[in-house]
Ligand binder design. Structure first.
Ligand SMILES: [Zn+2]
Length: 393
């Protein structure tokens, strides 16, 4: 009886070793560092601060062997890790050296699986495509065949409204990404090698960092550089790291805060990485506002206009509805705490409130809301357990 768990632990350990020793290889398609005005970056950051920026995600799994057909649970975990890393709610944030806590920062970006496909049909935000392509062969420019049905891939969903993440078996790069200037272009999106979609690899975090405008902390967006400028003020000049030297480690004449080997935009391995800096968050915000602002108007992960989505068999009750001023909400079958969330017609968060006991219900102050149609969602531990449409007049 004792052998089985021991063997499983052994296998798990083997898998982890393999993955952590895979050297990070990454590139940005049609890339090239460009200057971001520091003032504009800080202005954009200030304008966005405290507003959740929700980016709907579709993951396209392009598979030839069963192993490449990465299960939903692993993809859900990827998105969770991405959200934690971008918002600095990652459990290993405690490993950030004390000397860097002043510059470590979380953003207001959050990613969710799309609820509706481009045709308005309900979806779980994951597509699966069998391909005859045994392996997508990377050239130095990467591989774009995955973006096209006729070359063994799958056509992307409208990049103005979805972040397309491809999960494929590819020959060289662990991940590739398009830069913000490519917003809406045919090959706009992120693509990761399929083993990188299993476990907290941080590869998706790194690539989404590029997608939102970040360079490597050692400079540039392609290959190996040293002492390059990443366009961010609070990251020092440094070389690249595949390993995880004890902090502080200095290179490139940096004598101030040490190399940011724990930064998601270095090449260090998964267990080493745990932070972005405030300067990087400012840069992502600036790029988002300049190039990717079409996400501000998405009908996103939760869509108000669809009756079948807005009504659940056993759902929250809203009285009165239509309403203005205040509204009562309760959920008869849920004698537990929950969070009430109101999304406007564009899918943007308008209001969020905790409720101690949903069976007893609560009064929600909706007086700050403009007239219109809203989706009221009840969340238990971050999961939507029911939703109902509300008209505010
Ligand atoms: Zn990279």
């Amino acid at each position: 009886m004792r052998k089985l768990p021991t063997m499983l632990i052994g296998i798990a350990g083997f898998g982890i070793t393999l993955n952590t020793t895979a050297q990070f290889r990454c590139m940005v398609m049609d890339g090239g560092a460009e200057a971001v005005d520091e003032h504009m970056a800080q202005h954009a950051s200030a304008a966005l601060r405290g507003q959740d920026i929700t980016i709907p995600v579709v993951m396209h799994v392009i598979w030839h062997t069963a192993a490449e057909n990465v299960p939903d649970a692993a993809l859900v975990q990827q998105l969770e890790v991405l959200n934690q890393d971008l918002r600095r709610t990652n459990p290993d944030a405690v490993n950030t050296p004390a000397a860097l806590l002043g510059i470590a920062a979380g953003s207001d970006f959050q990613f969710c699986f799309a609820d509706l496909d481009p045709m308005g049909n309900p979806t779980n935000g994951i597509t699966r495509t069998y391909t005859d392509t045994v392996m997508f062969m990377d050239t130095w420019l990467g591989n774009t065949h995955m973006f096209h049905e006729e070359t063994g891939g799958r056509d992307p969903w409208d990049q103005h409204h979805y972040l397309n993440i491809y999960v494929v078996n590819r020959s060289y790069f662990l991940g590739t990404a398009s830069q913000p200037e490519s917003h809406g272009n045919a090959h706009d999106g992120v693509a990761i090698d399929y083993p990188e979609a299993v476990g907290a690899t941080r590869t998706l975090t790194h690539e989404v960092g590029h997608y939102l405008g970040l360079d490597h902390v050692f400079g540039g967006t392609f290959g190996l550089q040293s002492c390059g400028n990443d366009g961010v003020d609070d990251t020092p000049l440094q070389t690249y790291h595949y390993d995880c030297p004890t902090y502080p480690f200095f290179s490139c004449g940096n004598t101030t805060i040490g190399d940011l080997t724990m930064n998601y935009m270095d090449y260090s391995y998964r267990g080493c990485k745990n932070m972005f800096t405030q300067g990087q968050v400012d840069r992502m915000n600036a790029h988002f506002m300049q190039y990717r602002a079409s996400f501000l108007g998405v009908t996103g992960c939760s869509f108000v206009g669809t009756e079948e989505l807005a009504t659940t068999a056993d759902g929250p009750m809203l009285v009165p509805n239509p309403a203005n001023g205040t509204m009562q909400v309760w959920f008869p079958s849920r004698p537990s705490a929950a969070t009430i969330r109101l999304l406007d017609a564009a899918g943007r968060l308008s209001l969020s409130q905790g409720v101690a006991n949903m069976q007893a219900g609560a009064t929600i102050d909706i007086s700050p809301l403009h007239a219109g149609v809203y989706l009221v969602q009840v969340l238990d531990d971050g999961i939507v357990i029911g939703q109902e449409r509300l008209v505010v007049h």
